[in-house]
Design a protein around this ligand. Sequence first.
Ligand SMILES: *[C@@H]1O[C@H](CO)[C@@H](O)[C@H](O)[C@H]1NC(C)=O
Ligand SMILES: *[C@@H]1O[C@H](CO)[C@@H](O)[C@H](O)[C@H]1NC(C)=O
Ligand SMILES: *[C@@H]1O[C@H](CO)[C@@H](O)[C@H](O)[C@H]1NC(C)=O
Ligand SMILES: *[C@@H]1O[C@H](CO)[C@@H](O)[C@H](O)[C@H]1NC(C)=O
Ligand SMILES: *[C@@H]1O[C@H](CO)[C@@H](O)[C@H](O)[C@H]1NC(C)=O
Ligand SMILES: *[C@@H]1O[C@H](CO)[C@@H](O)[C@H](O)[C@H]1NC(C)=O
Ligand SMILES: *[C@@H]1O[C@H](CO)[C@@H](O)[C@H](O)[C@H]1NC(C)=O
Ligand SMILES: *[C@@H]1O[C@H](CO)[C@@H](O)[C@H](O)[C@H]1NC(C)=O
Ligand SMILES: *[C@@H]1O[C@H](CO)[C@@H](O)[C@H](O)[C@H]1NC(C)=O
Length: 578
Amino acid sequence: MMFLASIVILFTSTLNKAFARVTCDGNFSPISASAFAASLNPGWNPGNTMDATPDETSWGNPILVNSTFANVKKAGFKGIRLPVTWTYHMMDESPWTINVDWIQRVSQVVDMITSNGLYVLVNAHHDSWASFDLAANNANYTRYEEKFYSLWYQIGETLGCKSNMVAFEPLNEPTGSTAKHGAELNKLQSIFLNAIRDAGGFNSQRVVVLGGLGDNWVNMVQWLDIPKNMSNPYALTYHYYSPWDFSASAWGRSIWGSETDKAAIEAEFAAVRGNYSDIPLIVGEYGLEIKTTETAARWKWFDHITQMGYKYSTTMMLWDASIHFVVNSPDPWQDPTALGIISSNSRGVRNTLADSTEDGSAQEQWTSAQLFHRSGERGEPVTDQSLPFIWNGNKLISIRLSIGTYSNPLTSGLDYMVDGNNITFKSSFLSTLFSPNGTPGIKANLTLHFSAGADLQIQAVQWDTPQPATTDFIVNENNSKNDLYIPFEFKGLTKMATVKARLYNGSYLVDDWTQWLGSLQQGRLTYQSHWDFDSSHVIVKSSVLQAVLAANFATGLTFEFFPRVHANTVNFTIGPVV
Ligand SMILES: *[C@@H]1O[C@H](CO)[C@@H](O)[C@H](O)[C@H]1NC(C)=O
Ligand SMILES: *[C@@H]1O[C@H](CO)[C@@H](O)[C@H](O)[C@H]1NC(C)=O
Ligand SMILES: *[C@@H]1O[C@H](CO)[C@@H](O)[C@H](O)[C@H]1NC(C)=O
Ligand SMILES: *[C@@H]1O[C@H](CO)[C@@H](O)[C@H](O)[C@H]1NC(C)=O
Ligand SMILES: *[C@@H]1O[C@H](CO)[C@@H](O)[C@H](O)[C@H]1NC(C)=O
Ligand SMILES: *[C@@H]1O[C@H](CO)[C@@H](O)[C@H](O)[C@H]1NC(C)=O
Ligand SMILES: *[C@@H]1O[C@H](CO)[C@@H](O)[C@H](O)[C@H]1NC(C)=O
Ligand SMILES: *[C@@H]1O[C@H](CO)[C@@H](O)[C@H](O)[C@H]1NC(C)=O
Ligand SMILES: *[C@@H]1O[C@H](CO)[C@@H](O)[C@H](O)[C@H]1NC(C)=O
């Protein structure tokens, strides 16, 4: 501690020449950390924007504008975590001056947020690896400490007079995994507190949010020392993406929601709360892919995780890197049902959910988030469809049909009826949308409104097996360096579930251990590392082509779509030159 105190004095004396302590006009209304955390809930992260490197637009998102936050507020969010990467906008040597345009830009965005009535948590984001990589070989901790002090002194100086709606989080997902890294993070968090206090303004009363290595709660419990003499009101934070295979669409996992699945998440929320019974807690990031996850399973996950947030008084802040809010699309919100689910759970209101397969050993997967009907060569007759729902004490009030701008309520008893836990859609109604040889596509949206909780937006989808332009590819040293774009005609949902990859001798191409998983997961690859898609292509990543080349053995890929049934798969062969 003496060591720490002396270096702090040294920084202060050097830095005071470069930076000035700020004094503010007006007053600051002190706010408790618990009131602040509650005011952030539910919260939203504009990810991959001000944290993108080197610049705000470098990772493909447009710059943040005032209407972004008006939209976010309208969607039911109350707080923003503003991820900001500073490293590429500051000197790389003492006194580590931050570019004035950048710090003013951050200040402007903070004002946009608060002027919309939203609370905000400002952080240092990818600086965790770009400037302060605790786990790096030859890491110079002395240098980190000096730079961290300077960084937060300058942020504290510029944002020091902001109102009590603004809080600070010193470092996103700090790197490292050992007691030594944890101890250094403790030191950096103390330095942060000293820096903002020394910068003046209202900072000594401002809410701060501290966390552990990786923003992993187990690391936090194990190594975080809460500074003994801190005067700032504080909350603790961790991030939550479990189970990762489901949230990131790895290894074919598109099923979630069993009692075991739910209990695993509850055990973690309860353990964090158990360790910090009196401290406000903020899950600063949680989220899922929308593009690839099965809809009913995704809604179940959002429902359970935000319900756990409510039960364990934990603020939930959605990570959104153009996943939910996509600026340049007609309706920017990609999954309005998820937003409704998040919002009602933040108030303790239970949602009705579309049911879906929960059994990991199932051969095929069913869902109530879509009414599926197969058309085309193997088109089926239109019959009544009975979809199970999880009611959670609610009652169905109405169902509205929308096709483009046409919108009309359905008639209970005629178009549909509630039958136990099921809603049965009558063939007389479904025949207005589906036919055995009709064109595939999303034929209608149905909005299910209940006595309480979120509306569910389910889709009526006529589908047929997607059609590839080719069914094989010869791989070589040269073409394996690029991703393979296979032209594909999607017929129904423009969505892919997973890819299975098996050598023709029977071995799996990668992740051989997946042979122990259920039949919907064996030999399956991982989204983004191995596969992707756009509106007219299935994309096989170069990593897969290289794996085939290394195995030097013809490999069968099976592309799998939603609905996840045997008939909705396409085989493709990648062969090395023989
Ligand atoms: C906490 O104590 C340390 C060591 O005595 C001191 O350097 C530091 O300034 C104190 N911090 C605050 C926020 O009071
Ligand atoms: C942002 O929009 C809000 C709501 O329309 C308005 O009150 C506010 O002045 C605007 N803020 C900024 C910084 O432009
Ligand atoms: C570590 O950083 C400090 C402070 O910037 C510097 O004085 C020292 O020389 C550095 N050590 C090494 C080994 O580079
Ligand atoms: C605290 O966290 C640990 C895991 O690090 C867990 O085993 C323990 O049960 C938690 N304590 C309480 C009281 O929940
Ligand atoms: C509910 O739907 C499922 C799946 O379609 C079906 O197996 C079950 O028999 C239905 N139950 C009732 C009461 O209609
Ligand atoms: C269903 O809703 C989505 C999202 O609002 C919209 O893009 C799509 O056009 C709608 N489909 C139909 C058939 O109305
Ligand atoms: C790969 O590219 C190199 C250089 O253009 C060429 O010489 C070689 O024949 C190519 N190999 C194959 C298998 O196409
Ligand atoms: C199949 O071929 C691959 C690549 O040559 C090899 O690693 C694997 O062991 C073979 N599997 C079987 C079952 O022979
Ligand atoms: C794809 O290949 C697998 C394994 O060879 C086979 O069992 C399956 O029937 C094929 N599917 C289609 C749609 O051809």
